[in-house]
Design a protein around this ligand. Structure first.
Ligand code: PFF
Length: 482
């Protein structure tokens, strides 16, 4: 069988590039800076870092360990560890939830935004931003989101790239792609950072990003920080289980995972430091939220020396970051199809990617032709929509006056999908996974896989996954749905 079990990453470096590539994505460069900016700057950042290492990291370690233990697809590896631990094999349903509800669901709208980002490479390079003002930038954005055809084209293109890379296999596709793309990503990030530090307004940036405003921290903000931590680390959607399956036995999981989390956090911080100095230097508003990079940054690009080049580089950077993440979203499905139905990778990637593409059309149409279609209108709930707004306006470019509050009854199809994945599937999957690993999985199996002695690091990990993670995640779920 062409199962996942036989393939391995060629080196630790290849694995690190792939895993960091998965973690570093739109979440770091596009989402983190504005969410941090909106939610109290460094107070939020401190909270975020706490969540990354106390809650995200233990889950990441668990996923990589379970994946490597069986060397199979996420669904099968959860079944295998359940069997080994002599508990109900049906825990593998968590794998179904993550792989399809999480991974494919996320890919469906991730590739819509990534396609949009990719189209802005052309805008940047063609000089479309030169001298653009706020009105012009907004018009540019509206033209894009208003056209179902254009959005579909870019969504298709991005999905196709993802399918091709994944179809080519672990070594010939994923590994090769990340080996080229990740160094490029770091290089471009450093270049932009240098430019920004040299020409931008650092003083305002540090004030905005790094002056703690603890009065802004409340349940809602904490929730945002935790959600962002999970999303950014690529956990709970099968990805890290799948990547763990290709991990050679001699690689230390807890060390690699810590490095992944650290690199991911650093990139998010550096992205903020690359973006805001420019925003401030041109007197623009830093809190335009999700549309920061599509509406605000182009105005800055349009005025700065060499702006077209910088703009092009910026959107290339984002596209690279998105590709190395989207391939990891498709991998769990492909590994499963290969294993379960003995499919070729190509066919599996086409079916998985095709499904995500079709589901993604709902997100595409939500910002134009089907803007008026509000599937939850009958519910008339006021509060459930709060979180929808956070995710929803992000991809659709629709601005809601107060930013955060959008009643469920006003949610478009795209909002509903985003809400379902980010606010239900991910925290719920994470909660169940933590319960499973902490309370049902054999402690010795995990310890053996992690290659650690009793006590010390292992004990800390076990306490976090057994107690801290479930409690924090249950809280997220309850608060998030209230
Ligand atoms: N971590 C990615 C980002 O920050 O953009 C998003 C992501 C990729 C989430 C892969 C989950 C995943 F499995």
């Amino acid at each position: 069988m062409a199962g996942a079990g036989q393939v391995q990453w060629s080196s630790r470096m290849a694995f690190m590039f792939a895993a960091v590539g998965s973690a570093v994505g739109l979440g770091n460069i596009w989402r983190f800076p504005y969410v941090a900016g909106e939610n109290g700057g460094s107070a939020f950042i401190l909270l975020y870092i706490g969540f990354v290492f106390m809650i995200g990291l233990p889950v990441l370690i668990a996923e990589l360990s379970i994946g490597r233990r069986s060397g199979k697809s996420p669904i099968a590896s959860l079944g295998a560890i359940a069997k080994e631990s002599k508990v109900n094999k049906r825990w593998n349903l968590l794998g179904h939830l993550g792989t399809f509800g999480g991974g494919l669901g996320l890919l469906s709208f991730y590739s819509v935004i990534a396609g949009w980002v990719m189209s802005y490479i052309i805008q940047g390079a063609s000089g479309a931003f030169v001298g653009i003002d706020a009105e012009g930038a907004l018009a540019e954005m509206d033209t894009f989101t208003g056209s179902a055809g254009t959005m579909t084209f870019w969504h298709f293109l991005f999905t196709a790239i993802t399918v091709i890379i994944v179809g080519k296999g672990i070594k010939g596709g994923l590994e090769k792609a990340v080996t080229y793309l990740m160094p490029m990503l770091f290089l471009i990030l450093l270049l932009l950072l240098g430019y920004s530090l040299a020409t931008g307004d650092m003083e305002k940036t540090t004030e905005f990003l790094f002056t703690p405003d603890f009065s802004k921290i409340n349940g809602e903000v904490a929730l945002q920080a935790l959600g962002q931590a999970f999303f950014s680390l690529s956990v709970t959607v099968g990805t890290m289980l799948a990547y763990g399956a290709y991990l050679p036995k001699d690689i230390s999981i807890h060390k690699s995972a810590t490095l992944i989390a650290t690199a991911d956090t650093l990139v998010a911080l550096l992205a903020g430091l690359a973006i805001f100095p420019l925003v401030f230097a041109y007197g623009l508003a830093p809190d335009s939220g999700p549309s920061l990079i599509f509406k605000t940054l182009p105005i800055a690009f349009g005025q700065m020396p060499g702006g077209s080049f910088i703009a092009t580089m910026f959107f290339v950077l984002l596209t690279i970051a998105a590709i190395t993440s989207s391939i990891s979203l498709l991998e769990p499905t492909v590994a499963y199809f290969e294993e379960k139905f003995n499919m070729t990778r190509w066919r599996a990637a086409l079916i998985g990617g095709g499904t995500a593409f079709i589901v993604g059309l709902m997100t595409v149409y939500s910002s134009n032709d089907a803007k008026e279609f509000l599937p939850l209108a009958f519910m008339g709930l006021e509060t459930i929509g709060t979180k929808v707004a956070n995710g929803g306006e992000i991809m659709l470019g629709i601005t809601y006056a107060t930013g955060d509050i959008m009643p469920a009854k006003l949610a478009t199809m795209g909002n509903v999908i985003d809400f379902g994945v980010s606010s239900i599937v991910m925290p719920f999957g994470g909660f169940l996974l933590a319960i499973f690993v902490g309370w049902f999985v054999s402690r010795d199996s995990m310890r053996d896989e992690m290659g650690l002695p009793e006590g010390g690091v292992f004990e800390i990990w076990h306490v976090l996954i057994k107690f801290v993670c479930p409690i924090a995640l249950a809280w997220v779920l309850v608060m998030g749905l209230m």
